[in-house]
Write a protein that binds this ligand. Structure first.
Ligand SMILES: C[S@@+](CC[C@H](N)C(=O)[O-])C[C@H]1O[C@@H](n2cnc3c(N)ncnc32)[C@H](O)[C@@H]1O
Length: 262
């Protein structure tokens, strides 16, 4: 995804930044509770102006968000009436720093010691050809023992634009070489705006808790991507009938029937 796409999205706002939620994501409270992560340093890649950073800031030692578009960063501080000081590309508030940078260009010293990564709409914002680079970057920024809450969307038919559909099998293919992967949420969301907008047959939101056991082996990354692709196709074929049933939707065009959620 080109940087211009994101600059343009933030310039236009509204529908183009509809990934932004007003609430705290329910997975966050369920899987990264304050009592387990008090005092942690939380890294939020591709952070936008997510309010989830406010949740973490309540008990974290520090929250570091990384965002390409300065406008999003300024909106975060303004919307939440938070003071900040700008030092170069760092926007520093109390217990929170938003770094205006291309996440893929960062080195460990840019973010410091990370205990928890929160990825919502980051991996799924990356087209396939950038995903390996994203995995490599995240891997070099995090020490062994770091944890990650990862949210992905899985839907059908797939769209050639962010948010990209990523099935659990793909997540395992990307991360299992170096991380323990626990699939903690799988929710069918028939009322999701994308279902109506794109006439999707189903959409699921997945949550994973990951714990890093060792660095990903670079020589395995490329084969992992191919494995992930194969898994994506297999998963979809396997799950589609059941998911269509569960979500209460009809496959579009099936016997001329209309989708029940249109
Ligand atoms: C789909 S949005 C998700 C935002 C946020 N995680 C949320 O849940 O609301 C992706 C965000 O990443 C930013 N972004 C895209 N590519 C980036 C990159 N390479 N480095 C840093 N930020 C990037 C975009 O400007 C956008 O705000």
């Amino acid at each position: 995804m080109q940087a211009e796409f994101w600059f343009d999205s933030w310039e236009r706002g509204g529908f183009y930044t509809s990934f932004h939620r007003r609430d705290i994501h329910p997975f966050v409270e369920r899987h990264t509770p304050a009592e387990r992560f008090a005092g942690a340093h939380v890294l939020v890649p591709l952070c936008g102006k997510t309010n989830d950073m406010l949740y973490y800031r309540q008990f974290a030692r520090h929250v570091t968000g990384v965002e390409l578009v300065e406008k999003a960063i300024l909106q975060f501080f303004t919307d939440n009436s938070l003071d900040f000081v700008q030092k170069g590309n760092r926007f520093e508030g109390e217990r929170i720093t938003l770094l205006c940078a291309d996440f893929l260009s960062l080195e460990a010293e840019d973010v410091g010691q990370v205990d928890l990564v929160y990825d919502r709409a980051s991996l799924v914002a990356m087209p396939l050809e950038m995903r390996l680079n994203y995995l490599r970057t995240l891997d070099r920024l995090t020490p062994v023992g770091a944890q990650q809450l990862l949210n992905t969307l899985e839907y059908d038919p797939v769209l050639p634009s962010a948010p990209f559909s990523i099935a659990p099998e793909e997540v395992v293919a990307y991360y299992a070489d170096g991380y323990d992967v626990s699939h903690v949420e799988a929710t069918v969301v028939p009322q999701h705006g994308m279902v109506r907008r794109w006439g999707l047959r189903f959409l699921m939101e997945h949550g994973f808790m990951l714990t890093k056991r060792r660095n990903l082996r670079p020589e395995l990354l490329e084969p992992r991507l191919h494995e992930a692709l194969a898994q994506m196709v297999l998963a979809r074929n396997r799950r589609l009938p059941e998911l269509v049933e569960t979500a209460g939707l009809w496959p579009r065009g099936c016997d001329g029937a209309s989708p029940r959620v249109a």
